[in-house]
Design a protein around this ligand. Structure first.
Ligand code: ZN
Length: 350
């Protein structure tokens, strides 16, 4: 079994929804259910030892994309959110993360040593991430408080515009160059993340925003859950130029398991074979290098291939990578070491 540290999941969103429906989410996570993709028993079964767990405020009004006869679709950006209800939701998700830590369900990791120790203790190593910063105001006061609560990674925007910047829509085929990038408040947010040691995630932001952050940030360039645009031209994927920049800046790309971002036809089809994921890894390794490719499953946030199914099926992908020729140190880099390296770098630990 190869231990996997994964760059993006939405388990907190799933648990938050369960809590709203009256569920005891600490018990459900620790004892396991067959809902969604991640809980402790399934993480153990699949070798998922930790990952970035997103605080994400859902958009209630997001209209579903409807592919035309050619399979093309454009989902307009979701409407911007108000800050106060977003802050309430973000606090509720952070509270679930903190309660899980107190109950021993996982360790909320604030440093590379925390992750290292969690893995040694066989505790799930959770890193708190914020996917879209609607909960944070332009004074960045909430950023300081979330940092104190354990926040160590954020994407300024989800596929939605906010005071910090502009997001890419869910659209196929479409270039990621869909609009403006960072606002002035977004530039201040990036500087604050550099100062505090919070990883800045480039997934979901427009190509313009990507270049704005590349210019302003001193961190490795990291897209936690995106795939190569050359293989699947959805607006959420990364162009070759972006991949080149990630390589130059010692960053990484986490492979997203969302089938719409893996399939050449862009379709919502769980019958997507593991060979499609391997094809993306091969392409990314060729463009970014073996030190710049990792996993960013989007567990609990997307339709994923049936052959993985949930965290419990993660070793099926690991075996497919082994069959494709990845072994030893290379496999360790893809499965966890690259993530640990970029997190330490963004956190000013070397
Ligand atoms: Zn996402």
């Amino acid at each position: 079994m190869h231990a996997v540290f994964d760059g993006h999941n939405d388990v907190l969103l799933r648990l938050w929804r369960r809590e709203k429906a009256g569920g005891d989410v600490v018990a459900e996570f620790m004892e396991g259910t067959q809902q969604g993709h991640i809980d402790l028993p399934r993480a153990r079964a699949g070798g998922l030892v930790g990952g970035l767990c997103a605080i994400y405020v859902p958009s209630g009004d997001l209209a579903l994309k409807r592919p035309d006869a050619a399979g093309h679709y454009v989902t307009p950006l979701a409407a911007p959110l108000e800050r106060e209800p977003s802050l309430d939701t973000a606090l509720e998700m952070a509270a679930i993360a903190l309660r899980l830590e107190r109950a021993g369900g996982w360790r909320l990791c604030r440093s590379g040593d925390d992750i290292h120790e969690a893995l040694g203790e066989e505790k799930f190593a959770a890193v708190l991430h914020m996917e879209g910063c609607e909960a944070i105001g332009p004074d960045l006061a909430a950023l300081e408080v979330f940092y104190a609560a354990g926040l160590r990674s954020l994407g300024p925007v989800w596929s939605r515009n906010n005071i910090f910047g502009h997001g890419t829509p869910f659209a196929f085929p479409m270039s990621p160059d869909t609009g403006p990038g960072l606002t002035q408040a977004g530039r201040e947010l990036v500087k604050a993340c550099n100062r505090l040691g919070i990883l800045i995630d480039l997934s979901h932001i427009t190509e313009r925003g990507f270049w704005d952050i590349a210019e302003l940030s001193d961190q490795p360039l990291v897209a936690s859950h995106s795939n190569p645009h050359a293989l699947v031209p959805v607006a959420r994927n990364l162009t070759d130029r972006q991949l080149d920049a990630i390589r130059e800046r010692n960053g990484l790309v986490g492979l997203n398991f969302a089938v719409t971002m893996l399939r050449a036809d862009g379709r919502e089809n769980a019958g997507t074979p593991l060979s499609d994921l391997v094809r993306h890894i091969d392409y990314l390794v060729d463009k970014v290098g073996i030190d710049g490719v990792a996993l960013g499953s989007d567990f609990d946030g997307a339709l994923i291939p049936r052959e993985i199914g949930s965290a419990a099926g993660l070793q099926n992908l690991v075996m497919a990578l082994q069959d494709a020729g990845y072994g030893g140190a290379e496999l360790a880099k893809l499965c966890r070491e690259n993530w640990l390296r970029v997190l330490r770098s963004a956190w000013h630990e070397g």
